[in-house]
Design a protein around this ligand. Structure first.
Ligand SMILES: [Zn+2]
Length: 72
């Protein structure tokens, strides 16, 4: 169990390091416009289901539709 936790921590640390120097943008909840995620420039497509803690709903986000510099 400890080995698995240390593996997960290593992955999280490596992911954080990979995002260094990248631009980022806020992804807003389509329902209430609360910021629900931060997307980095290397994330260009794909869908993700995100939970909004304000309106308590799951929102399906297609990152290809939320390009850098565009209002969402
Ligand atoms: Zn919301």
């Amino acid at each position: 169990m400890r080995t698995h936790e240390s593996y997960l921590r290593k992955k999280a640390r490596a992911s954080r390091k990979d995002s260094e120097g990248l631009g980022s943008r806020q992804i807003k909840c389509p329902r209430c416009h609360h910021d629900i995620a931060i997307a980095y420039d290397n994330l260009v497509s794909g869908n993700l289901e995100l939970y909004c803690t304000v309106c308590h709903s799951w929102q399906n986000i297609n990152f290809g539709r939320y390009k850098l510099g565009e209002k969402n």
